[in-house]
Write a protein of this length. Structure first.
Length: 162
């Protein structure tokens, strides 16, 4: 059974990753429990923090494979291909799929493209403290303030928690 979770673009009003509403369209996973645990690590982080952590996870999971994958020329070579099929395939995936997947991970986490994206997000995202202040100023706090006012309008016995 494939489980689906909503992409990381689902955020709370304060800009953090939202809880995953399971069953809605999104990313697929063969292992529902593993997908939940992976997302739990990211939930509650800002999108920028989650992106950084996802890049770290790619680097950790791929290890040296992120830079040591056969090229398309290697895959097309009749002399090299039998060795690649035997020694470079992954569990339940052929060498072509694995090599292309790892090259995609390399593009996101280790190449000049991925690093340039990292720098762009860092420098052009604005001052994090100013962004938090602006978010606080523009976030509709009416419902939260109403709950606080309602809670404070009732007398509370000493030591009780509403």
């Amino acid at each position: 059974m494939k489980a689906r979770c909503v992409p990381a673009a689902s955020t709370t009003p304060d800009g953090r990753l939202a809880e995953v509403p399971w069953g809605e369209p999104g990313w697929e996973s063969e292992d529902l429990e593993r997908a939940r645990k992976s997302y739990e690590e990211l939930r509650g982080r800002s999108v920028n923090q989650a992106r950084k952590r996802m890049v770290e996870l790619l680097r950790e999971i791929c290890a040296s494979g992120i830079i040591m994958q056969p090229s398309e020329n290697d895959l097309a070579s009749p002399e090299v291909r039998p060795y690649l099929d035997r020694y470079m395939r992954g569990k339940d995936v052929d060498v072509e799929y694995k090599a292309r997947l790892f090259r995609l991970a390399h593009d996101l986490a280790a190449s000049s493209y991925g690093l340039r994206q990292n720098i762009y997000e860092y420098w052009h995202g604005g001052d994090p403290n100013r962004n938090r202040i602006n978010l606080l100023r523009t976030f509709d706090q009416g419902a939260m303030r109403g709950r606080i006012r309602e809670m404070l309008s009732r007398p509370q016995p000493h030591g009780s928690v509403p």
